[in-house]
Design a protein around this ligand. Structure first.
Ligand code: RNT
Ligand code: ZN
Length: 413
């Protein structure tokens, strides 16, 4: 018997079918965020700053500074991540010689991305970019008191929806257009309801055009606070939860957008009773929304477990949202995405029926003994088998590939 067969037998003692877990994992698509590859700069202005309270820190060599470089880094990363995944593109990553302002963007400015996605047979998701722009310098966009500024951003948002629909049509897979705005105040506002009413009105206008849900879907992303908007965020969790329930949009939960002691995994089953679909921005906040690369930490394991135990895999879109510029950016993508997959695999290998039955009998001792004993089972062997079948390296082989690529891109000027 080889290692896998031994491990398979060990899991089967607990009535767990490792083949079934591997097959389920194969089908789970993760939307990888383009902005890990270039520190959230984009291709509109070569020296841009992300702004809006989003901060990539570090100065590791090899930042992708052109769409070609970013695609090369993505090609490499996808080649060593098992399975088929998606790319989550932000509007500021346009690939064009033109210099359209945000309220002038069109599908043609993103066509090279779509051609690339077709060639690689991957799906694309999309995002309007409401930051890193002179008209967002006050951290007010869709809720700005000035109608002219609001209208500018509404037009941007409308265009991204149309672009997303065209992307979805071209690729034959619905493109999720996720809306996040930085809007908020550094110090206590006197009037909290007017900006929220303005944000709601702007969103209503932006989303007024009915578009085919097989081509594009709208998502809205809440946030508790950001650097520079400590006192109040207009698009808070309550704001967007209400908005998504009333308007039937997807609700995006970013793991960095809550109080550090809140358990984001716990929110999924609760919101799932009121919204049809969820989008996750899987991230790792450290003391604030710092967007560290995800580890196989308790928080990530709990998110994965929740998707499996609550049966929410079918209506949750898994997106990643982290950026670290102190390490190889491709290593961050690859290890981070694989960590999400590993966490899902661990969840898929849980003895769910036994655990649920113990819990229902209020036999918390059995539940406790089982979850803790279970941690010693050979998950790594199942993961290695999965990677072997998907033709991607593990262990030292993986490190060598990551290292070679890191050294190659370090020569970029
Ligand atoms: C910001 C949000 C948002 C961004 C991306 C780049 O706090 O998390 O999702 O990270 O849109
Ligand atoms: Zn996010």
């Amino acid at each position: 018997m080889n290692n896998y067969e031994i491990a398979k037998a060990q899991f089967s003692d607990w009535a767990i079918d490792t083949e079934e877990a591997i097959n389920t994992l194969k089908k789970i698509t993760i939307s990888m965020h383009c902005w890990q590859g270039d520190d959230v700069v984009g291709f509109e202005q070569k020296t841009g700053t992300s702004g809006g309270g989003i901060q990539a820190t570090g100065n590791h060599p090899g930042r992708a500074s052109t769409p070609e470089e970013l695609r090369a880094d993505l090609d490499f990363s996808y080649s060593i991540i098992p399975g088929k995944h998606r790319l989550n593109l932000h509007a500021m990553y346009m690939d064009t010689e033109d210099t359209p302002d945000r309220d002038e963007i069109e599908f043609k400015h993103f066509e090279p991305w779509v051609d690339w996605a077709k060639e690689k047979n991957i799906g694309l998701d999309f995002n309007p970019t409401f930051f890193g722009h002179a008209k967002a310098d006050d951290n007010l966009t869709l809720s700005h008191p000035d109608k002219g500024i609001r209208d500018f951003w509404i037009e941007h948002g409308k265009r991204t929806r149309e672009i997303a629909a065209k992307i979805g049509e071209e690729l034959g897979s619905a493109c999720i257009n996720n809306i996040w705005v930085p809007d908020g105040y550094k110090d206590y506002p006197i009037d909290r309801i007017s900006p929220r009413k303005r944000l709601e009105e702007s969103l209503d206008q932006m989303l007024s055009q009915k578009l085919d849900s097989t081509k594009m879907r709208d998502a809205v992303e809440c946030k508790l606070f950001g650097i520079g908007v400590e006192a109040m965020t207009v698009g808070s969790h309550e704001f967007y939860m209400g908005y998504s329930i009333r308007n039937g949009t997807i609700l995006c939960l970013d793991m960095g957008h809550f109080h550090p002691t809140e358990n984001v995994a716990d929110k999924l089953s609760a919101v799932a009773l009121s919204v049809d679909e969820m989008l996750l921005h899987v991230s790792r906040p450290m003391r604030w929304d710092s967007d560290h690369v995800i580890l196989q930490s308790d928080e990530i394991l709990m998110i994965a477990q929740e998707l499996v135990t609550s049966g929410l895999l079918g209506r949750t879109h898994i997106g990643l949202d982290f950026f670290d510029a102190t390490i190889s950016r491709t290593a961050a993508w690859v290890i981070g995405t694989r960590n999400m997959q590993k966490s899902l695999l661990r969840a898929l290998l849980l003895p769910l029926n036994q655990l649920k039955s113990a819990e229902n009998k209020l036999d918390f001792t059995t539940r406790f003994m089982m979850t803790e004993e279970f941690k010693d089972l050979p998950f790594g062997t199942i993961w290695n088998e999965f990677c072997k079948r998907m033709n991607v390296p593990t262990g030292l082989g993986l490190l060598k590939e990551l290292d070679n690529y890191k050294n190659k891109v370090a020569l970029r000027s």
